[in-house]
Design a protein around this ligand. Sequence first.
Ligand SMILES: Cc1ncc(COP(=O)(O)O)c(C=O)c1O
Length: 435
Amino acid sequence: MLAIFGGNPVIANKELHGHYPPIGISERQRISAVLDSGILWGPWAPMTRELEQKWAERTGVSHCAALNSGTAALHCALAGCGVKVGDEVIVPAYSFIATASAVLMVGAIPIFVDIQPETGNINPDLVEAAITDKTKAIVTVHLHGLPADMEQLRAIAQRHQLYLIEDCAQAHGAIYQGKAVGSLSDVGAFSLNATKVLAGPEGGLLTTNSDAIFNRAAKMRVFGTEWHEGKQIVRDADSLGYNYRTNELMAAFALARLESLDSEQEIRISNAQHLINGIKDLPGVSVPPLQVEDRNHIFQMIRVRVNAKILGLKLSSEELRERIVFALAAEGANWWIWERKPLPAYSIFQSLNADGDGYPWCLPQARKNISYHPGNYPVSLATSRDSIFTTAHFPPNTANLMELYVEAFHKVWANLDAVSKLPILLNENGIQKPF
Ligand SMILES: Cc1ncc(COP(=O)(O)O)c(C=O)c1O
């Protein structure tokens, strides 16, 4: 019997799930070394510099700037490309909100483009139609760790003389045609928050081969002031800057995590493949491509789409996935729902005519020309309604746990009729109220 109806859960022992990010000897030693040194902060402090140098080397770029978040890295990347008030920036309609809000931060207007159904990445075939004489840049996201179609996107950017920016928040170490993400465009922005495969447990990294983009970003990180080797050059600010500095404790933690990135990546990918292979043939299930010829998927998350129609059930896929997540949770398997709506459906874009708090000062310019109707992005809309996610494949979790995840999935699938009748209420934000 399903655990949600009182049966025994497949994963009764909660200890089988390890803590992420793992905190081992290396993390403790690095943090102790910072405390012993007494140097706790500063963009030119030793651990911060070491992190920048190592990440630049690994990514294959000439410059890396460490920042205090991935959002800060995106903001600096856009400003570094000279994106300004009134410019338009093309972004995927399905991503984390920061991909779009960073565009608002420079006073520019996000123009959303739908994603590809299989990969979840921006659909290059739709990009060109979204370009206007105001377009300044394209931001692509390597969603959940699968690199986007960079060759096509680069060709479009070149043809229209646009900047191309990679949001690499979910794709550390992913490779496309032999090169690391973050080196495939004008500038890359990585997040180091605790959920990421390289956890800081907060922070960001900006990567670029452009001196001009790097210099602007580096200034913006410290109030628009210019520094060299830890010394302020002139006590003046010639551009708008912020405090986007990271600190030594975060850099030290990220450096320790970087030591394990490759070995953990192997386990993460093999766990993901194990789990996906175990469930991919179930009816009504579709999974992202395990491998695309010229790129690797590092599986920042596993996304599985469920289709109630194919299963012959009388509820929507959105209603079904809520029930599946509850049933799986009762079995001890952690699946959850990531984005419940595409980015253009977020209130900030829907309230184009509103005037309240949180109303972005640049959007009035969008009012006349831009429709943020979610129906314009059918693949993003469907994906946001029928996908469930897990990061249970992250080490220290093991292949044995993946086996149990597969078992839990099969158990729920064998009882889908009963699961589909679970009395769950959804409110307008999609928050579930069980029973
Ligand atoms: C695709 C994407 N972009 C940007 C961000 C923002 O990164 P951070 O949380 O470090 O600001 C995230 C992370 O949450 C993300 O997943």
